[in-house]
Design a protein around this ligand. Structure first.
Ligand SMILES: CC(=O)SCCNC(=O)CCNC(=O)[C@H](O)C(C)(C)COP(=O)(O)OP(=O)(O)OC[C@H]1O[C@@H](n2cnc3c(N)ncnc32)[C@H](O)[C@@H]1OP(=O)(O)O
Ligand SMILES: Nc1ncnc2c1ncn2[C@@H]1O[C@H](COP(=O)(O)OP(=O)(O)OP(=O)(O)O)[C@@H](O)[C@H]1O
Length: 635
């Protein structure tokens, strides 16, 4: 029966998904059976050594697979589910082991599956034979033959060759033949413009394998970090494949430094940078370069009759209409704000919230839907205008953290899941007292484009603050990629900047910012002090003189102590050391420090080279022992 079913779905070029819903021993028996019967099966699990770890799912993107075994018995990884099913070819089968405990998200996968043939739920009481017989009763027409290359592909290849000075954007869903088109275009390029070399880059060599296969030696792969470090400006004509899995600021650098002929990417948003990648990067690119967007709508990895994709779109709320760009003016009386949990929203409201998050936030992905539905610490505030959701705050409860773990958290030996704000303050700023507080963290805030700059964002934050005050919360805060506009928004609110990281976040291309506001007198004072410290650090980074008060000095000593005892890296303590040095100079302590070390523009790598240390580690260790001595002498 199984053979017959596999043959039928292969002829129809549709994919089959089996969701296994039952107790652990039964799930494990099916896992073992799948592994023993199927040789080339992609096996992903967090539990078993013979599988790839769940978080490595991106390693499989850009390729085509016939069998998948997704062991979600610990927890469902919604991003991995969406991404990996996109690599399954027509006629392929995915076995998905659900966790034994029920949850709203798990239930959502099961409930939505009932509407789609070939997405079936297996229970211990189900006979596999019966299930397959039932599936076979739905008509399975042979797939219409697919021309290679398709009309759509031919047209794009032709336009790419005809317009060599344009940057061609191929943005389409998974399995539409993007990489193949680029491979064919590369071949056509070499035929038409003989001798002019083409280079392809992507997140990994493996992720451009399809492109290389179809390019027939007309192009070579160079990793993007090598391009940026070793290749002179304008030295290559470049194709970028699987662009959503490359950080945006890297894509920007590549586009500025080289002639980018084509960029291909999916737009669903679970590959790395998220769906906002498309929004942000294409906006950025189009004002700088002549661009042309191409459509590839017909799936080639499976037949149009496939049901797996529409199932995923419904289950994970992936297909949303982009919202209107035109400003809609409102009066404040129109806006209603309501606190609600995702589980209480209607299907329509839930899809409004998710599409707003997906559109506005580069890091949003299907895992957010799962978290919002399954995790009791996650809450929403929604702003409605005439019944439609136009703004949302997603906030999470954080802290207090168990007393027995606090020291380990502050010294960086432990990091608990979630609880981002208290842990960041305790670790980076070495201020452990906030680990006892109850925090609410704004995980995301977003307002529909047409309604921005009309104080909806601000009203949402004000309401959140009132609710937090009533609930006896100590502090509110947020952590995000600090683009100048987003920082302006937060700065205009009662939230204060308490840390601006020095490194750029790989996904956003901006440094990470922490903002907070204290709701109890003690928390308000504490946060005001952190804010003053952070301001002083920003002045120092810009080379301006820094004014130090007693709380800035106290925090600086705490941070320097954290560095001296090996908890923090040097770059996190450099400013604090310079604060301490102003208050009580190294010289006065009878110690000498190489001249430039406390200057903001010097980092450890440069300093290690400059002062001839054998490694950054050696230098850091020496600095640590010097810091210990200094702290002792300057007490
Ligand atoms: C944790 C996080 O989510 S951080 C990421 C924040 N979210 C996003 O970036 C998603 C996309 N952006 C948005 O959804 C919106 O622009 C938001 C949520 C940032 C702001 O929502 P809005 O309702 O437009 O903000 P609101 O009208 O309340 O702005 C209040 C003040 O903030 C400042 N501000 C808001 N947006 C901007 C901006 N784009 N540029 C400069 N200042 C701004 C202004 O001072 C503004 O007052 P003004 O309009 O009187 O000058
Ligand atoms: N016109 C075609 N006819 C038949 N097979 C095709 C055609 N175009 C592409 N293919 C094959 O279909 C599969 C998907 O194509 P490709 O990898 O180019 O799509 P993609 O949109 O880049 O996918 P992904 O988003 O997963 O990277 C590949 O195995 C490819 O060889």
């Amino acid at each position: 029966m199984l053979k017959k079913y596999l043959k039928a779905i292969k002829t129809a070029q549709v994919r089959a998904v089996f969701l296994f819903d039952g107790p652990t021993p039964w799930l494990q028996a099916h896992r073992r059976a799948a592994l023993s019967h199927i040789k080339d099966i992609v096996h992903i699990s967090d539990k078993h050594d013979d599988a790839s770890a769940m978080h490595r799912y991106r390693d499989y993107l850009g390729n085509t697979h016939h069998f998948l075994l997704l062991d979600f018995t610990t927890t469902i990884h919604a991003d991995a589910l969406a991404a990996l099913l996109g690599t399954l070819s027509g006629g392929g089968v995915a076995f998905v082991l659900l966790p034994p405990q029920d949850s709203p998200f798990r239930q959502r996968l099961i409930n939505t599956s009932h509407k789609f043939h070939h997405v079936s739920v297996m229970h211990p009481s189900t006979s596999f034979r019966q299930l397959l017989t039932e599936q076979l009763s739905h008509s399975l027409e042979p797939a219409p033959p697919l021309a290679f290359p398709t009309r759509e592909q031919q047209l794009i290849v032709q336009q790419m060759v005809d317009l060599p000075g344009t940057c061609h954007l191929l943005m389409a869903d998974r399995g539409r033949g993007k990489s193949t088109t680029l491979g064919l275009a590369a071949q056509a390029w070499i035929r038409s413009y003989r001798g002019r070399e083409l280079v392809v880059t992507g997140p990994k060599p493996n992720s451009v394998a399809t492109l290389l296969m179809h390019a027939a030696d007309s192009v070579r792969f160079v990793a993007w970090d090598r391009l940026l470090s070793e290749y002179p400006n304008q030295s290559v004509r470049l194709i970028i494949d699987e662009a959503a899995a490359i950080p945006i600021h890297i894509l920007k650098q590549l586009s500025e430094r080289f002639t980018v002929w084509a960029i291909a990417t999916t737009v669903e948003g679970y590959e790395g940078c998220g769906r906002g990648f498309a929004v942000r990067f294409v906006d950025w690119l189009q004002v700088r370069k002549m661009c042309k967007q191409h459509q590839l709508s017909t799936p080639v990895r499976w037949a149009p009759a496939d049901t797996c994709e529409p199932w995923l779109n419904e289950a994970l709320l992936l297909r949303n209409q982009p919202s209107s760009e035109f400003t809609k003016v409102l009066t404040s009386s129109q806006v209603e704000i309501e606190a609600i949990n995702a589980r209480q929203l209607t299907e329509h409201q839930l899809s409004e919230v998710i599409s707003l998050l997906l559109e506005a936030h580069y890091q949003s992905s299907p895992n957010d839907l799962k978290l919002l539905l399954d995790d009791a610490q996650q809450h929403l505030l929604v702003a409605r205008v005439q019944g439609h959701i136009v703004g949302v705050v997603w906030y999470s409860e954080e802290g207090p953290l168990p007393a027995r773990l606090q020291l380990d958290i502050q010294t960086g030996r432990r990091r608990l899941h979630g609880n981002i704000l208290p842990q960041a303050v305790a670790f980076y700023l070495q201020q452990g007292e906030c680990l006892d507080w109850r925090w609410w963290r704004v995980t995301r805030i977003a307002v529909v484009k047409a309604y921005r700059r009309q104080r909806i964002g601000r009203q949402l934050l004000d309401k959140l603050q009132d609710m937090a005050q009533q609930a006896g919360i100590d502090a509110l805060g947020s952590s995000f990629g600090a683009s100048p506009k987003v920082l302006d928004f937060w700065r205009s609110s009662p939230f204060e900047l308490i840390r601006l990281g020095r490194k750029l976040n790989m996904a956003s291309g901006y440094p990470n910012a922490l903002v907070a506001t204290g709701l109890t007198p003690a928390a308000a004072l504490f946060i005001a002090q952190l804010h003053a410290f952070s301001n002083a650090e920003l002045e120092w980074r810009q080379g301006r003189p820094v004014t130090i008060n007693s709380s800035i000095y106290r925090i600086a000593r705490d941070i320097l102590t954290g560095f001296a005892f090996g908890n923090l890296p040097f770059t996190e303590a450099q400013f604090s050391w310079s604060v301490c040095d102003i208050k009580y100079s190294m010289k006065a302590a009878g110690l000498t420090l190489p001249g430039q070390i406390l200057k903001a523009h010097e980092d450890l790598a440069k300093l290690t080279q400059k002062y001839g240390y054998s490694s950054q580690q050696t230098m850091q260790n020496q600095l640590r022992s010097l810091a210990r001595e200094y702290l002792e002498l300057s007490r």
